[in-house]
Design a protein around this ligand. Structure first.
Ligand code: PMV
Length: 373
């Protein structure tokens, strides 16, 4: 039988990081034109997971009393296993006959030498695995269902993840995103199972809005060369946050104000609509990104977490010096910075500063929205 091949794009955060961890707070993300691919083929007595990246650590799985039984304890496949487990629950709840499959994972999201760019490989592997299993069992989940199932898998591994990366990888394009209440989702899953949670009220507050790309701005991505741990940064920020003193509420209010400006600047065009749409307000978009950068700097200073490293500062300052707007993308602490540059800005000058400071320009574009490619 022929293998099922599912591919999912990586992502970059554009705005709203850290705030988006709180349910209902807005953010902006893009899906990028670099991909992770999962190939699935049916197998007989057990399933398995392989990738060239971890070629010495294939995992074999079978079905146990509760969940999967694995042939090794330590492996790099937490998200893949969580995606299989949540799909397995759905399969059982729908009364479908259990089958086995082998998964081959190939990531195009990192440097050929294996160094991580921080483009959301965890979300992409979760989304691609769910997409492959969806087709294998014929769940017919649709885009929203694949987001929801991938999100349930994600929060089984990373309880506090906002899932913005999952939404971007599933929907493509530029999106506005507000996260669901993950405690409520976990409780609903534990009480009712997976199938009843899909499409249910447990997702209230979640928002995934298609945004239009800023018409007159170029997106540029710089890579610091340093991998960062989102988990470590996010828990550092939450340890450094005294919810009682009001400073964090102030941060959330200010982040919401600038991200909502960015949503307004990127005139929303609902899925399926064809142009014409209102033109984007590029000046407002640039201003919103610059304000968001300042907010993240203040958040880092207040909590004692280095969100904007020296190299990210150089990257962003060089962008602002040519009239562009820039900020760390995602949790910061390394990985990438994003730049929106108005037409006519001295991008070559900025790239020279990057080069002198060992900041690599990644040639990355936007992966088109689902249903338009
Ligand atoms: O570092 P990244 O690209 O995984 O993004 C993390 C963004 C945060 O808002 C800090 C955390 C989250 O779960 O949204």
């Amino acid at each position: 039988t022929r293998a099922i091949v599912a591919r999912a794009p990586g992502k970059l955060f554009v705005a709203g990081e850290y705030a988006v961890v709180s349910p209902g707070e807005p953010s902006v993300l893009i899906a990028v034109d670099r991909y992770l691919t999962v190939s699935l083929s049916e197998s007989v007595d057990a399933g398995s997971i392989h990738s060239p990246e971890y070629s010495r650590m294939p995992v074999r799985w079978t079905r146990g009393q509760d969940g999967l039984t694995l042939d090794r304890e330590h492996h790099p496949y937490d998200y893949v296993i969580a995606a299989i487990e949540v799909s397995e629950r759905l399969r059982a709840e729908r009364g479908l006959r259990p089958r086995f499959f082998d998964l081959f994972i190939e990531s195009g999201l990192d440097d050929p030498s294996g160094r991580k760019f921080g483009l959301g490989s965890s979300a992409a592997v979760t989304v691609a695995t769910i997409a492959a299993i969806d087709r294998f069992y014929g769940f017919d989940l649709g885009t929203r269902g694949r987001y929801e199932l991938a999100m349930l898998a994600t929060i089984a591994v990373a309880p506090h993840a906002s899932g913005g990366d999952v939404a971007a990888s599933t929907y493509g394009g530029w999106i506005g995103y507000r996260s669901p209440d993950r405690d409520r989702l976990r409780a609903a899953r534990a009480e009712h199972g997976v199938a009843p949670v899909l499409g249910s009220d447990a997702w209230r507050g979640t928002e995934i809005t298609r945004l239009a790309p800023p018409a007159g701005l170029d997106l540029l991505v710089g890579w610091t060369g340093h991998p960062a741990s989102t988990e470590r940064l996010v828990s550092g920020v939450s340890r450094g946050t005294d919810v009682a003193d009001g400073a964090h509420t102030g941060f959330l209010d200010a982040s919401r104000a600038c991200v909502e400006d960015l949503w307004r600047a990127l005139a929303a065009s609902p899925p399926g609509t064809t142009p014409p749409r209102a033109a984007s307000d590029d000046a407002l978009a640039l201003d919103a990104i610059r304000r968001n950068r300042r907010l993240l700097q203040a958040l880092g200073a207040r909590t004692g977490v280095t969100i904007e490293t020296d190299r990210l500062r150089i990257l962003c300052d060089a962008a602002e010096a040519i009239g562009a707007a820039a900020k760390p993308s995602g949790a910061g602490g390394g990985d990438c910075g994003i730049v929106l540059a108005p037409a006519g800005a001295d991008v070559a000058g900025m790239l020279r500063v990057w080069e002198t400071n060992d900041i690599r320009h990644l040639t990355i574009g936007v992966h088109p929205p689902e249903g338009e490619h």
